[in-house]
Write a protein that binds this ligand. Structure first.
Ligand code: SF4
Ligand code: SF4
Length: 387
């Protein structure tokens, strides 16, 4: 089982919240029927032999209700036991109940949720009362032993409050994962909240410094991932690998897409679960060919970049959504990726070059103790945490 793959299940695109910067919910979306989950099991039964992770995503996946998960989790878990399925969920937690939490706990489903910093910052860019609703769900989830991590969306407005936001996560003992607000394709003013790529790059450098400074107190997931990329020279999360062919999303009606971000875009339908398509069927569909065209485009467009091995042109959705109907650019966050990858590489080289251990024998321990902690120190704590 060498190549684990990822299937996102989108029970609905509906969502009870209306975050100001969100572009992905759809009030008219249907809710997935349990027959569609049976089709997923039949489809994946002899699709490939690798370990699979299912993530329930949305819209808001808890809208599907307790009955859906009471049936879906054993269907997937037992029906595909030969693939050792693991589960995860991305939810705003508003609809979490003790009943649902109990079902999810039985299948060890870790939760990814969203808060954007202290209550006033969160509510100013998502909606009044949103922080409290998420925290209520969080308490229920924690009381049932569920692991909860938060994604923090930085907008062009909240980025000015980055220190306050970081300190909020630090003080509450939350792991921090950041998400840059994207331009909304469905709004009259697509850039209203979007984080500019230059600012995103600066934010990543700021978080690198804070992650190093507070490395024993808080984990900043993105920084860990970026450092891992540079150290191993390989992408460590979907943004920095060729995700095509290893990630799929199943929409509420059973249509298969390359990723949850494409769900609801008919031109990106790869197939349908009820047809039990093979990998060749999906890759050979017009949408599949388009995804691989993007991969080939990256080889040329990023060919001269020293980070190509562990960046791979960033997220295909970001690239394709930015230029609908054509492939004419890589992920617009390229500027940010270049900024942070170069920063980590430069610091690493400096630290290695200046290290008193190099060529100085073992008598330089006291000098080493006085070194200002850097990327190497952060990497040491990342590795020791994972042991
Ligand atoms: S399209 Fe983007 S978000 Fe989706 S799997 Fe690929 S890299 Fe990840
Ligand atoms: S940093 Fe930019 S140019 Fe380099 S591989 Fe990533 S997207 Fe391509």
């Amino acid at each position: 089982m060498k190549n684990p793959f990822h299937v996102m299940i989108i029970p609905t695109l509906g969502c009870p919240s209306r975050c100001h910067y969100c572009w992905s919910s759809d009030e008219t979306s249907p809710v997935m029927k349990i027959e569609t989950v049976r089709d997923v099991v039949a489809w994946l039964n002899d699709f490939r032999d690798d370990r699979v992770t299912f993530t329930f995503h949305g819209g808001e996946p808890l809208l599907a209700g307790a009955d859906f998960y009471r049936q879906a989790l054993p269907l997937l878990s037992e029906g595909l036991s030969h693939l050792n399925p693991e589960f995860a969920m991305q939810t705003n937690l508003w609809l979490m109940t003790p009943e649902i939490a109990e079902i999810l706990a039985a299948y060890h489903v870790p939760i990814g949720s969203s808060i954007d910093g202290p209550e006033e910052i969160n509510d100013s860019q998502r909606g009044r009362g949103y922080y409290e609703k998420t925290m209520k769900g969080y308490e229920i989830a924690r009381a049932h032993g569920l692991l909860v991590r938060f994604i923090c969306t930085f907008t062009n407005q909240s980025v000015r409050l980055r220190e306050e936001i970081f300190d909020h996560f630090l003080q509450h003992g939350f792991t921090l994962k950041l998400h840059p607000a994207l331009p909304s394709l469905k709004s009259d003013d697509p850039g209203q909240w979007a984080l500019d790529p230059e600012e995103y790059g600066e934010l990543l450098v700021y978080l690198l410094d804070r992650a190093i400074e507070k490395r024993d107190e808080i984990e900043v997931m993105n920084i860990n991932d970026l450092c891992r990329c540079v150290f191993t020279r390989r992408g460590s999360v979907c943004t920095y690998v060729d995700c095509m062919g290893n990630t799929f999303a199943v929409g509420p009606d059973g249509s298969i897409y390359p990723c949850y971000r494409f769900v609801g875009m008919p031109e990106y339908i790869l197939g349908h679960v009820s047809d039990h398509p093979t990998m060749d069927d999906l890759n050979g569909s017009p949408a599949g060919k388009r995804m691989f065209e993007y991969r080939d485009y990256v080889d040329t467009a990023c060919g001269g970049c020293s980070h190509i091995q562990y960046c791979r042109g960033g997220c295909p959705y970001n690239a394709l959504a930015a230029t609908p109907g054509e492939i004419s650019g890589v992920d617009p966050h390229c500027v940010a990726y270049k900024r942070i990858f170069t920063e980590i590489n430069d610091r690493l080289n400096r630290e290695m070059y200046e290290s008193p251990m190099i060529g100085a024998g073992s008598g330089s321990r006291s000098a080493r103790r006085k070194e200002k902690p850097g990327v190497t120190a952060l990497m040491r704590s990342i590795v020791s945490r994972s042991l």
